[in-house]
Design a binder for this molecule. Structure first.
Ligand code: MN
Length: 228
């Protein structure tokens, strides 16, 4: 018996590759415009902007392989991203401590109601209705860093119904993974279970119901996500 007024929701749990272990997710941080070519395609100058972040909700993480086309949008976009999953955290981390906090990596998507995000941007308002969408962070199994090594380069691709739409390399990130973690730790107290989406390369585009997205990152394999 507890004194909760109703049963608390279970913490979102992500599979760990090659095991029956689960990674209990805590927070989801996302960096914007972290690949120069994508920043340009969104109409920004990649050289002049400090990193910026938004958050999704932990229960937006979605390991089901399916993504339900969300309400209130006619322009839902895919963004293929490397997810970095933390086993520890803290504040004021230096670059070594930042890498020491990494549990592993996963292939992920930052599904976005682009029309709503665009309207919010234009109005100078927060992005939640564009970004913190139900099921909007499809993610594959987490591969432990002990098995993958540090991922600093390697292809990141997205195929939509078999046609290549996004093709980038992790080495094109403007802010590298340890820099992202260290920077975040200056503003937030990071902790075990935090998941960081590290931005998307160029080539983002719209999906429709029935579409199949195949996202792959060298060293992590791929995930397939169907739009319902
Ligand atoms: Mn993104």
């Amino acid at each position: 018996m507890t004194n909760f007024v109703f049963d608390p929701a279970p913490r979102p749990a992500l599979p760990v590759a090659g095991s029956d272990l689960l990674f209990p997710a805590r927070r989801v941080y996302c960096i914007g415009r972290n690949y120069a070519a994508h920043a340009i395609e969104m109409g920004h100058d990649p050289d002049r902007e400090a990193p910026f972040f938004f958050q999704k909700n932990p229960d937006n993480l979605n390991a089901s392989g399916r993504f339900a086309y969300p309400s209130q949008s006619r322009d839902v976009h895919f963004e293929a991203e490397l997810a970095v999953c933390l086993k520890s955290g803290g504040t004021g981390l230096d670059l070594d401590a930042a890498m020491g906090a990494v549990f592993g990596y996963a292939v992920a998507l930052d599904m976005t109601r682009r029309d709503l995000q665009g309207a919010q941007k234009k109005a100078g308002r927060p992005w939640e209705i564009g970004k913190a969408v139900e099921g909007s962070a499809p993610i594959g199994p987490i591969h432990r860093i002990e098995e993958t090594g540090v991922l600093e380069r390697g292809a990141i691709t997205l195929d939509l119904n078999g046609d290549r739409q996004q093709s980038g390399d992790l080495d094109q990130m403007i802010w590298k993974v340890p820099e992202i973690i260290a920077y975040l730790s200056e503003y937030f107290e990071l902790a075990a279970g935090d998941v960081i989406l590290t931005g998307t390369p160029a080539g983002v585009g719209a999906v429709a119901r029935g579409d199949v997205m195949d996202v792959a990152i060298d060293g992590l394999g791929g995930i397939r996500v169907t739009v319902d």
